[in-house]
Design a protein around this ligand. Structure first.
Ligand code: HEC
Ligand code: HEC
Length: 422
């Protein structure tokens, strides 16, 4: 909806110097019932004496006001899992309210005080459209994975000894291993009830398979959902919603929420859900396609006959192998360390006095950065606002950036290929 009270009219009269001056006002310029042909009392103004400034104030008169109501209605219709059609009707200027330009404000010209043109309000328009949407369940989940894994990786290199177990570390890091929690199978009856509730109330936004849709994020990678057991963490969100962010509230009982949770928990972050009766192996990709992808995306830094030769022997567990190539240094868990220790980030610190120190980062927080330099020296610096200047270079940046680009299929294919590198 748009409206305004009318734009200011600047009265003018041609001056003797070639530009425009303000005229003199001699009586009330407003009319009780202004019309298009007479918007203001033209008799209220006279030309000011030559070489003087007129007494008419600026912005004392206003042109016609402007009002417009626009309306749009969108409806998403699912076509298949990943494709939906968005039907859109948009109406601009629903009530077809005309708008008019300001009146002719040049004293002494024909038509002074009358309106001769329409304003910039568009006449009513009603475009209909259909938009084909392919939603990518990967983009959001990758971002989540990215943040979690990146933090975990940084925490691991920065803390010489990563905190044991989950959640204990700096900033409640979500480590990749609790991104794939093991859960006991839920009660089948509860899952069925939850499936029905979810299908009607939630699938529209979060996707039939909880992997997210146009209007809701993936629940699969949601930390709330991952940490939730029986709906206890989802309950406050479902009951109160987050209306400001597009999540409506639902008048569900705790039992209903537990049922919905049981259903949502049948979906596994690793990609194979009981609900979809997929095989438990993660080796479902096409090794040939994976090889091609490797050549395109990885071969600039790695080689199957060089540094990654025998990687599948070194990391025999395919899930661990997958986590490792996705984000080197992740994986491990249950007491075991990650199978590979990636190189630490390096930094160049430039102090206010111009000293430049480069080294491997051993500690970094809001207040201090510590480096070990190439000659084995240890230097630490207090961080005070923008000083010193710190440029961090993380060898895993490429992996981090690539994370966002993979589809689920890419991931399966690359893993299927790497598994052949015995
Ligand atoms: C109209 C769309 C819509 C519907 C319907 C909907 N949600 Fe949501 N939901 C959202 C959006 C958008 C968010 C993200 C809100 C935010 O950014 O904080 C969200 C967030 C959530 C979250 C929190 C995720 C997180 O990590 O913060 C949970 C849990 C959730 N929804 C569960 C459900 C359940 C269960 C249902 C059905 C009972 C449901 N939603 C129905 C749009 C929807
Ligand atoms: C811009 C360079 C770059 C690209 C591109 C890249 N990586 Fe890496 N990768 C690294 C670095 C740096 C490391 C950590 C050092 C190391 O172990 O070699 C690493 C580590 C790994 C490791 C762990 C190896 C080990 O034994 O330590 C695997 C597996 C891996 N990358 C696979 C891949 C795959 C698969 C791709 C493509 C999808 C890829 N990388 C793309 C730079 C890259």
């Amino acid at each position: 909806m748009g409206s305004d009270g009318g734009r200011a009219v600047r009265l003018g009269i041609r001056s003797n110097t070639g530009g425009t001056d303000r005229p003199n006002q001699v009586s009330d310029p407003t009319l009780d019932n202004p019309t298009i042909s007479a918007w203001l009392n033209t008799a209220a103004f006279v030309a000011q004496p030559i070489n003087t400034v007129g007494n008419t104030g600026s912005n004392t008169l206003h042109g016609p006001s402007f009002k417009r109501v626009d309306l749009s209605v969108f409806k998403n219709v699912g076509v298949s899992g990943a494709v939906r059609v968005q039907l859109r009707v948009e109406v601009f200027n629903l009530f077809n309210t005309p708008s008019f330009a300001n009146p002719n404000a040049a004293l002494g010209t024909a038509g002074f005080g009358s309106i001769t043109s329409t304003g910039n309000n568009i006449p009513r328009q009603m475009p209909f459209a259909a938009k084909l949407l392919f939603w990518s369940k990967v983009s959001r989940m990758r971002t989540f994975l990215l943040a979690g894994v990146a933090l975990a990786a940084l925490a691991a290199v920065v803390d010489a000894q990563p905190p044991p177990g989950r959640g204990g570390g700096r900033g409640q890091v979500t480590s990749p291993r609790n991104a794939y929690p093991d859960r006991p199978a839920g009660d089948p009856a509860a899952i069925e009830r939850g499936r029905a509730l979810y299908g009607v109330n939630c699938a529209f936004c979060h996707g039939a398979d909880t992997r997210g849709g146009d209007s809701g994020p993936s629940l699969l990678r949601s930390s709330v959902v991952l940490d939730d057991r029986n709906g206890e963490l989802m309950a406050p969100i479902v009951k109160s919603g987050r209306p400001d962010r597009g999540m409506p509230k639902f008048a569900f009982s705790d039992d209903q929420i537990a049922d919905v949770a049981a259903f949502i928990h049948t979906f596994r972050a690793a990609g194979y859900d009981e609900s979809r009766q997929k095989p438990p192996s993660i080796l479902v990709g096409d090794a040939k396609a994976g090889e091609a992808l490797f050549a395109a995306k990885c071969a600039s830094c790695h080689s199957a006959t060089g540094d990654l030769r025998g990687i599948a022997t070194k990391i025999a567990d395919e899930k661990l192998l997958q986590q490792t190539w996705l984000m080197p240094g992740s994986g491990g868990g249950r007491g075991a360390g990650a199978p590979v220790v990636p190189p630490a980030p390096t930094a160049v610190v430039t102090t206010a006095s111009g000293e430049r120190v480069e080294g491997r980062v051993t500690h970094l927080d809001d207040f201090t950065i510590a480096l070990v330099t190439a000659d084995g020296g240890y230097r630490s610096f207090r961080i005070d606002g923008a000083s010193p200047k710190i440029a961090i270079k993380d060898p895993l940046d490429a992996h981090r950036n690539l994370l966002r680009t993979y589809t689920d299929r890419d991931i399966h294919d690359v893993t299927a290929y790497l598994v052949t590198l015995k």
